[in-house]
Design a protein around this ligand. Structure first.
Ligand code: SAM
Length: 284
């Protein structure tokens, strides 16, 4: 692919700034411009919104987001070694890139994106990616502050996010994501596309908020899915036993079989089950 901007090639940026990848920060840099551009395009129209990027590193995806017209990118990076390379990008796109040094798990995303329409796009560090996703899909306010998530995960995590009932990958993450979001895996990326190559294939996931998710108490949903999938081979009457004294009749009240196992229950089933358990706890 031809250059997407007049900045130095990413390999040169990495060499010039001594950005040898740190495993502890989940650093696998994506240097292929076709792929960074494809991820940026997958995020949708960026001209009228702020893109929140987590972990820009040397700035490959950041550059693709800006080159494809993002009005503004706000990027959180934990590794201070990356800041000079990112400052060069900010100079190249005046007023359009703001870099915040810090831990994305500790920074309130709403306060740094200034109430603008937000799309989140990132090649996430594997060690905090799932927690960040859970934070974004469990915000109290719904619809949330973001209008789309375009995120790269290890493929196995992508499969858990997009999993349907009855599949091996179906679990808490699939229920949470499926309850509040629409979307799934867009495409896979081979380990060879990264420097250094990770051990496993990656996948780009695109999610948009389901604006009217079935009414459900989030805490109860988290409790019920944790218990049900925590012992996924057991029948619900056993796995949910610790949650209420009359488990079996509550499962029946939810219209489900007490002998069913977690992976047989669809999202609507979990929502009804969570509401029944919540009501039983509040009336006790
Ligand atoms: N976006 C770059 C790319 O696609 O080549 C780098 C992606 S690399 C998989 C993950 C990046 O996240 C690294 O730059 C790493 O330093 C950064 N990072 C790791 N943990 C972080 C955290 N808690 N908060 C913010 N950034 C983090």
């Amino acid at each position: 692919m031809a250059q997407i901007d007049d900045l130095p090639p990413l390999r040169e940026v990495i060499a010039n700034h001594g950005l040898n990848a740190k495993k502890s920060l989940g650093q696998n840099f994506l240097l292929d411009l076709n792929l960074t551009s494809r991820i940026a395009r997958s995020a949708g129209s960026l001209e009228d919104c702020t893109v929140l990027e987590i972990g820009p590193g040397p700035g490959g995806l950041t550059r693709a987001l800006l080159a494809s017209g993002a009005k503004k990118v706000v990027a959180i990076e934990k590794d201070s070694r990356c800041l000079p390379a990112l400052a060069q990008i900010a100079d190249h796109y005046p007023g359009r890139l703001e870099v915040i040094e810090g831990d994305a798990l500790q920074i309130d995303p709403v306060s740094i994106t200034g109430g603008d329409k937000v799309r989140i796009a990132a090649n996430l560090p594997y060690n905090v990616g799932t927690q960040l996703l859970i934070n974004w899909i469990t915000t109290e306010t719904w619809p949330p502050f973001w209008s789309s998530l375009t995120l790269m995960f290890q493929k196995e995590v992508g499969e858990r996010i997009a999993a349907v009932p009855g599949s091996k990958a179906y679990g808490r993450l699939g229920v949470l994501a499926g309850w509040r979001c629409k979307g799934g895996i867009l495409f896979d990326i081979s380990p060879k596309a990264f420097t250094p190559p990770p051990k496993v294939t990656s996948a780009v996931v695109h999610l948009t908020p389901n604006n009217k998710p079935l009414p459900c108490d989030l805490k109860s949903l988290e409790r019920v899915t944790a218990a049900a999938f925590g012992q996924r081979r057991k029948m619900l009457r056993a796995s949910l036993k610790s949650l209420a004294p009359n488990t079996e009749s509550l499962i029946e009240d939810a219209g489900l079989r007490p002998t069913a196992r977690a992976e047989e229950i669809d999202i609507e089933g979990f929502v009804v089950l969570s509401n029944v358990f919540r009501d039983a706890a509040t009336s006790a």
